[in-house]
Design a protein. Sequence first.
Length: 271
Amino acid sequence: MRVAAIQMNSGPDVSANLALADRLLAEAADDACMLAVLPENFALMPENATDKAKHAEQPGKGPIQEFLADAARRHKLWIVAGSMPLVSPEIATARVYGACPVYNPDGDARALYRKIHLFDVDLVDRQESYRESRSMYPGDELVTVSTPCGRIGLSICYDLRFPEMFRRLVDDGATIFTVPAAFTVTTGKAHWHILLRARAIENLAYVIAAGQYGQHPDHRSTFGHSLICDPWGRILAERADGNAVVSADIDPELPAKLRREFPALANRKLK
């Protein structure tokens, strides 16, 4: 089964971002992909993080979600929709959820994950500081969803650094992890490939990582390098930069086969 990671350079114009996403999803469908993963903030990379509140939608309502449902139907794709702003209990203070909805080829919403780990980090040597908690509200629920490609464990960007989360997704049946992201260039160069391959290897699961790349209106520079990794840690496909479809064939039976032959998960002593 063929799957795709969609790489984008999103900006503050939602309509332009959705048009780009639609073109890339069409490419994925033309490449016989069954499933496509959009990057974090695919619909909006604003000049100011608090601008996300202006475009925050209620679950199941709004132009971004309408676009996703329609695109899934038109392109006959499972879409893991990166992240988009949804209203939170603190929407009055401009804090939103970073949420990842999942749609099947009939355009039905099948899952919704809200980003749990928020990127509050100071990179002193680089004079970079990030405070997602100022404009975002954390989720608190792990989410998996069954697809023809396997059971997907949903995550978003900074979640990648918390291996205990991925082990719990495996305990819930995940054989694929999706990692939509907007990794900074600094952290991407240092850790992106290592962390993605580690999550694949230690859990014997596929990883589909869809990233933002390039410069954005808020002066952030993102790393790109969207990739697909197999359960043995091998990178099957990768693209460093550019708006692109990164696709590869996966075997839905391989995670279970490897978990039988190399039973590291079954041999766990500390749970």
